[in-house]
Design a protein around this ligand. Structure first.
Ligand code: SF4
Length: 299
C-alpha cells in the first residue's frame, strides 16, 4: 500500500452516521451491455453508497430492506467480494470491467474495508481487456501503485458535475470537494494513468470554458457530458427548482457545455448514444426532461 498523503482525508463525520451492514454476496459480476463499449461486467464491492448524492437514481433500485429515502444512510460491504471475484475469473477473459455502476468504489468505508483494492488485486491477475475505476473520491490515490501496475489496461474516471463547489455542497454534500478531485486527477495523470472525466449528471456550470480548460490542465484525456436522469416524482426536481437550476434539464444547456469542451480538447469526436432506461426502473418525469445525447463523448 502506498504511503502517499491523501489530498482529501474523509472526515469520520462522513461515515459515522452510515449504518454499516456487512454481507456475504451471492454474485459479484453483473453482465453489462454498453452501446459504447460492448459487453462487459459491472463490479460493485459495496451495496449502497456513503456519498448519498441527492440526484442518485440508484436509490430507486429494488431493495427490500431500504426505502429510497434512506439512500446514503446505509452501506453493505460485500465481505466476500474478492474471493467471489476470484472464483469467477474464467468469465473475465477478454472482457471489460467497470467498477462500479451502483456505488462509489472509493467511498469513505473503503479506507476501512479495502474491498475495492482487493478486487483490483484480483483483476490484476485476470485477462480483462480493460478495467475502469469510476469515482468521485481522491481516496483512489491510496492505491496508486496498484493502479499503475495495470499499465494501459486501466483507466480512472472521475465525476465532476459542476465547476462550483457550492453547487456540489447542495447536490453531493457527503462527496469530496471538487478541488480535491482535480488535484487527484492531476496526480493520477502525472503518474501515467489514463484519466477520464464525466461531467455527469450535468449540474450548473458557471464558467464553461474555464471548466474545460481545468480538465485539460488536469491531464484528462477524454470527457463525456451526461444529462440528469429524473425518476417519476423525483424529489430532486424540487431541489433544482428551489435553487433556480432547472436549466440543467434543457437539452440545449448540455449542448452548450459540450461545445465548451470541444473547443478546448483538440481531438474532437462525437458519439451520440441516447440510452434508454430499462423497463420498470428509471421512469422519467416526462419526455420533456429526457436529454438526447446522454453520455455523449466530446473527445
Ligand atoms: S457516488 Fe455515485 S453511486 Fe454514490 S451516491 Fe453518488 S451518484 Fe450514487
Amino acid at each position: 500500500m502506498t504511503s502517499l498523503p491523501l489530498l482529501f482525508e474523509p472526515s469520520p463525520s462522513l461515515f459515522q452516521d452510515v449504518r454499516v451492514e456487512p454481507e456475504e454476496a451471492r454474485s459479484i459480476l453483473r453482465p453489462q451491455k454498453d452501446e459504447r463499449f460492448g459487453f462487459g461486467f459491472a463490479l460493485s464491492p459495496y451495496r449502497g453508497c456513503g456519498h448519498g448524492c441527492r440526484y442518485c437514481y440508484v436509490r430507486d433500485y429494488p431493495n427490500a430492506l431500504h426505502p429510497p429515502e434512506d439512500w446514503g444512510d446505509w452501506v453493505a460491504p460485500k465481505l466476500n467480494a474478492p474471493e467471489l471475484l476470484w472464483s469467477q475469473r474464467h468469465r473475465l477473459h477478454g472482457r471489460r470491467v467497470f467498477m462500479a455502476s451502483a456505488t462509489d468504489p472509493y467511498q469513505p468505508l473503503e479506507r476501512e474495508y479495502r474491498l475495492s483494492r482487493r478486487c483490483l488485486e484480483v483483476l490484476l491477475l485476470c485477462p480483462t481487456t480493460e478495467v475502469i475505476v469510476h469515482t468521485r473520491s481522491p481516496l483512489v490515490l491510496q492505491d496508486l501503485e496498484l493502479l499503475k501496475a495495470f499499465g494501459s489496461r486501466l483507466r480512472v474516471g472521475f465525476s465532476v458535475p459542476t465547476d462550483d463547489d457550492t453547487v456540489r455542497q447542495v447536490v453531493e454534500p457527503d462527496a469530496p470537494p471538487i478541488p480535491s478531485r482535480w488535484a487527484a486527477m492531476e496526480r493520477l495523470s502525472r503518474a501515467g494513468i489514463t484519466v477520464s472525466l464525466g461531467v455527469a449528471p450535468l449540474m450548473p456550470v458557471f464558467a464553461p470554458q474555464t471548466f474545460a480548460q481545468r480538465a485539460r490542465n488536469s491531464g484528462v484525456s477524454s470527457v463525456w457530458v451526461g444529462g440528469l436522469r429524473l425518476l417519476k416524482g423525483d424529489p430532486f426536481y424540487g431541489v433544482l427548482a428551489g435553487q433556480g437550476w432547472l436549466r440543467v434539464l434543457d437539452p440545449s444547456y448540455s449542448e452548450e457545455i459540450r461545445a465548451a469542451f470541444r473547443a478546448v480538447f483538440p481531438a474532437l469526436k462525437r458519439e451520440c448514444i441516447p440510452r434508454e432506461p430499462p423497463d420498470g426502473h428509471r421512469r422519467l418525469v416526462n419526455d420533456s426532461v429526457r436529454q438526447p445525447g446522454l453520455f455523449d463523448r466530446v473527445s
